[in-house]
Design a protein around this ligand. Structure first.
Ligand SMILES: [Zn+2]
Length: 322
């Protein structure tokens, strides 16, 4: 039983989506009340500011009970819903920013999420449309054969919180379709519905003004790559250097401060990433889970392998403690 949040090792708490204030509710999104109750469950007093987290990390004085708050992916819902709560408690956080969406580009996965939430009453309604579109496409035969009833039963045992449609969707998206095939199917569904991509991107990502505001108020603006690739570790040194270099320049030019921290996009990094972050004088890099890092084999084994707990796991702990 958990009555409060205890930890054996210093780590960040990782947040993504929020709902309320015109932002749609989705799987795993948090309301302002939900966010506030997580902060209280953790314990407001022991949440470190970015500056204090870095001071302690640099001088090897991080305590096992130390916690910091982190937001990934440049999302406007974080600014609109979570920031007012942070301000009420006078808390500062790390915000991990990928930059291409500040330069007129989009992130398709985020757009597809917005489309699912805005245009379908229930996620199952979306799954029906998606599966039908795939089955009549050139990938149909492969998709139909891809998942047998016994596979489905096995997956449901492993992931009891997924519905059969959840499983079929994930299986086809991740195992049957190439990323470009998935985009082709999704773009087709969006077109069928007469929805414009531009309308879906409105209000999804923060603006440069938002970044400047956060930085001026003492929040830490950190690197999260330029285009948020799904597998940064597979990229050549020069491509990784481009991802982090352009990201760094964007943040520094807007905030007038050099970024000091990073979070690995999709938890993907290798030794080349470490070399690049070192050259950029980055003092701390975060993973996206509490497992040992791939490079050191240890939790918090390196300044670029610092652990984070997903807020979804904290919600589960809170529910158990009720
Ligand atoms: Zn991310």
């Amino acid at each position: 039983m958990y009555t409060s949040y205890t930890n054996k090792i210093a780590h960040g708490i990782m947040f993504h989506h929020f709902h309320g204030r015109k932002h749609y509710k989705g799987q795993g999104s948090l309301s302002r009340e939900g966010f506030e109750s997580i902060l209280n469950f953790i314990g407001i007093d022991r949440i470190l500011s970015p500056a204090e987290w870095l001071r302690r990390l640099d001088s090897n004085r991080l305590q096992p009970s130390d916690i910091c708050i982190t937001f990934d992916d440049s999302l406007m819902c974080q600014f609109d819903v979570a920031l007012p709560i942070l301000e009420r408690y006078k808390l500062k956080a790390f915000w991990f920013i990928y930059s291409n969406v500040f330069e007129g580009q989009i992130n398709k996965l985020e757009v597809y999420r917005a489309f699912r939430l805005k245009n379908f009453k229930h996620v199952d309604e979306f799954y029906d449309v998606f599966l039908e579109k795939v089955f009549v496409s050139e990938f149909g035969e492969k998709a139909k054969k891809a998942i047998s009833p016994s596979d489905l039963r096995r997956y449901q045992k492993t992931f009891p919180f997924y519905s059969p449609n959840d499983i079929k969707f994930r299986f086809i998206r991740d195992r049957v379709l190439q990323p470009s095939d998935y985009e082709y199917i999704m773009d087709g569904i969006i077109k069928d519905r007469g929805v414009k991509i531009g309308a879906l991107t409105r209000n999804l990502w923060m603006s440069n003004e938002n970044l400047k505001y956060l930085s001026d108020k003492g929040h830490g603006i950190g690197l999260h790559s330029y285009s948020h690739p799904t597998r940064l570790a597979g990229l050549a040194y020069k491509d990784q250097r481009m991802e982090y270099g352009k990201n760094y320049e964007h943040i520094e030019s807007i905030t007038s401060r050099p970024p000091l921290v990073a979070a690995h996009p999709v938890n993907s990094y290798d030794l080349n990433t470490f070399r690049i972050l070192e050259k950029l004088n980055i003092r701390c890099g975060f993973r996206s889970n509490m497992f040992p890092g791939e490079i050191t084999g240890k939790i918090n084994g390196h300044k670029y392998e610092m652990a984070r707990e997903d807020s979804a796991n904290i919600i589960r702990m809170m529910e158990k403690s009720k």
